[in-house]
Design a protein around this ligand. Structure first.
Ligand code: A5A
Ligand code: ZN
Length: 477
C-alpha cells in the first residue's frame, strides 16, 4: 500500500475529511474505473466482516440465511407494476450471452423481491410453512443518477443485507416490521450510532409497499443518512407471484409479506460519526485490530522488552482479542499516528519501567490513559473498553441531539436547518410537506415513531394548523 504522508483535513470540513479518510485509513479505494463502484481494501474489508458479523448474529436468532441468484428474468421483474415504476430507471440489464442476444433480458438485482418471490410461491403450501423468515447478504446494482459516494450511494451496493418474511395475516406482518426495527436499533446500538425512526410519507414509500419505516442518522455535517428501512408489503407481491397458503379451515389465502434492508451505509455512518481529526475511531467490537502493543525499546533491554510484548499479546489473543505487536523500526510517535488513523481502540505501551513495575500503559483511542496491572490484564481491558464504548455512545448522542431543533414556528426553520435537522408538527398532507420542503431546502422524512405506529396527532401542523404529530425535517444524503 502507498505510504501515508501529509495529514487528514480537519473533520469540520466533513466531505474532504471523509474522502481522504477512506484511503488514508485503507477502507476504500475510489480509483476503480467505473463510476459508483469502489474497492474494499483489506483493512476496510476486515471492518466490514466485523460489522456484518454482528448483523448476522442478530439476524440468525430468528431468520435463516440463504442465497438467491443475481440475475432476474425480465418476465419476473416486470410483474409487479408499482415495483417496476419505482425501479425501471435504475436497473442494469444483461442482454447478451457471448455473441447472441438473450431471448429474455436479465436484470441485475436492484433488490431481490422478484428473484425470491417466485421461489416462495413454490416453497409455501400451508399455514404450517409460515412464518418464513429468510435473509441474504449480497451485492445489488442500482443505476443511481444522484451524486455517487463511497459507502453512501453506490451503483454496486456490495453489502446489501435484505430480509424477506412471509406471514399468514396483515397484523403478523405489521408485528414483523416492528420487530425488524427493534433488531436494527440493537444493531446500531452495538455500533454506538444514534438513530431516528420515522414512517415515510406515502409518496416516499418503497415501490410495492403498504408502508415504509426508515431508520436515519444525522451525519456530522447535519445531513441525514437513511441507514435502514423496513417495508410492509401487504399482499401486493403475493398476488402477483401467487404466494398462497392453505389456512386452518382449508381455504387458499394470499400471504402477507415484509422486507427490510441495510447496506454499507451502516459503515459510512459508523466511520463518520465517531472519526476525528486524527482518523478512524472504532468501537472495539468492529475494530479489525482491537489492541496494538507498542514496545518502547531502549538500549540493552531490547530483547527482554520484545519478549514481554510478545507474551502479553499471546495472552490477550488467547482470550480472543484481535491484537498486533508493532515491532517496526519506527519512532513510537509514527506508530501511534499510524494506528490512530486506522481506528485501533486501545494502545498498550510497554517499556523497561513497566516491566519492572509489572504494569502496562493503556491509552484508548479517545485519550484515556491508565496503568494496567500485568495480572488479569484481559479483565482490565474489558473494563477500559466498556468505558470507552459508553463515552463514544454518549458523545455521538450529545452531538446529534445538539443538531436536532424542536421547531414550533415556520420562521425558525431556516436556523434549525443551519445546524442540522428539525422536528416539527406536521399534519401528514403532501401540500404542507411541499411547503416545508420549500422553507427548509430539505424534505419531510416522515412522522417519528418507535417502530411502527405513529402517535396521536396532539399538536398543530406548523403550516395549516390541522392536528399534527412530530415529523422529521432534514436534508438527506
Ligand atoms: N428490498 C428492500 C429491503 C429494499 O431494497 N429497501 S431499500 O430500497 O430501502 O434499500 C434498503 C437500504 O439500502 C436503504 O435504507 C439504504 O440504507 C440502502 N441503500 C439503498 N440504495 C443504496 C445505494 N445506492 N447505495 C448504498 N446503500 C443504499
Ligand atoms: Zn398541514
Amino acid at each position: 500500500m502507498e505510504q501515508d504522508t501529509g495529514t487528514l483535513p480537519p473533520k469540520k470540513t466533513f466531505s474532504e475529511w471523509y474522502n481522504e479518510l477512506l484511503w488514508r485509513a485503507e477502507i476504500m479505494d475510489v480509483r476503480y474505473p467505473v463510476k459508483g463502484l469502489y474497492v474494499w481494501y483489506p483493512h476496510g474489508f476486515a471492518m466490514r466482516r466485523a460489522v456484518y458479523g454482528i448483523l448476522r448474529e442478530i439476524m440468525d436468532r430468528e431468520h435463516k440465511e440463504a442465497l438467491f441468484p443475481l440475475l432476474i428474468p425480465a418476465t419476473e421483474f416486470m410483474k409487479e407494476a408499482e415495483h417496476i415504476k419505482g425501479f425501471e430507471d435504475e436497473v442494469y440489464w444483461v442482454t447478451r450471452g457471448g455473441l447472441s442476444d438473450l431471448d429474455i433480458p436479465l436484470a441485475l438485482r436492484p433488490t431481490s423481491e422478484t428473484a425470491i418471490y417466485p421461489m416462495y410461491a413454490l416453497w409455501i403450501r400451508s399455514h404450517a410453512d409460515l412464518p418464513l423468515k429468510i435473509y441474504q447478504v449480497v451485492n445489488s446494482f442500482r443505476y443511481e443518477t444522484k451524486h455517487t459516494r463511497p459507502l453512501i450511494r453506490l451503483r454496486e451496493i456490495t453489502s446489501f443485507k435484505e430480509a424477506h418474511t412471509v406471514h399468514a395475516t396483515w397484523e403478523e406482518a405489521e408485528e414483523q416490521v416492528r420487530n425488524a426495527i427493534v433488531l436494527y436499533r440493537e444493531f446500531y446500538e452495538r455500533l454506538c450510532v444514534p438513530v431516528l425512526v420515522s414512517r415515510r410519507p406515502d409518496w416516499d414509500k418503497f415501490p410495492g409497499a403498504d408502508y415504509t419505516i426508515a431508520v436515519d442518522t444525522v451525519m456530522p455535517d447535519g445531513k441525514t443518512l437513511q441507514i435502514g428501512t423496513a417495508h410492509h408489503l401487504g399482499d401486493h407481491f403475493s398476488r402477483t407471484f401467487q404466494i398462497q397458503f392453505e389456512d386452518l379451515s382449508g381455504e387458499q389465502k394470499f400471504a402477507q409479506q415484509t422486507c427490510y434492508g441495510i447496506s454499507e451505509r451502516s459503515i459510512a455512518a459508523l466511520i463518520s460519526i465517531h472519526g476525528d481529526d486524527r482518523g478512524l475511531v472504532l468501537p472495539p467490537c468492529v475494530a479489525p485490530v482491537q489492541i496494538v502493543v507498542v514496545p518502547v525499546i531502549v538500549g540493552k533491554r531490547r530483547e527482554e522488552i520484545l519478549s514481554h510484548a510478545a507474551s502479553l499479546a499471546q495472552d490477550l489473543s488467547g482470550v480472543g482479542y484481535r491484537i498486533e505487536v508493532d515491532t517496526r523500526d519506527l519512532r513510537p510517535g509514527a506508530k501511534y499516528y499510524y494506528w490512530e488513523m486506522r481506528g485501533v481502540p486501545l494502545r498498550l505501551e510497554i517499556g523497561p519501567r513497566d516491566i519492572d513495575a509489572r504494569a502496562v500503559i493503556a491509552v484508548t483511542r479517545d485519550g484515556e490513559k491508565s496503568a494496567l496491572r500485568r495480572e488479569n490484564l484481559a479483565d482490565q481491558v474489558r473494563e477500559v473498553y466498556a468505558r470507552f464504548e459508553s463515552r463514544l455512545r454518549a458523545k455521538a448522542k450529545e452531538r446529534i441531539e445538539a443538531q436536532i431543533s424542536r421547531v414550533q414556528s415556520s420562521s425558525d426553520i431556516p436556523a434549525a436547518m443551519e445546524t442540522g435537522v428539525a422536528i416539527i408538527p406536521w399534519c401528514g398532507e403532501i401540500g404542507c410537506a411541499e411547503a416545508l420542503a420549500r422553507l427548509s431546502g430539505g424534505d419531510v422524512l416522515g412522522l417519528l415513531t418507535d417502530s411502527g405506529r405513529v402517535g396521536n396527532k396532539e399538536e398543530q401542523c406548523i403550516i395549516c394548523g390541522k392536528p399534527a404529530a412530530p415529523a422529521l425535517l432534514g436534508r438527506a444524503y
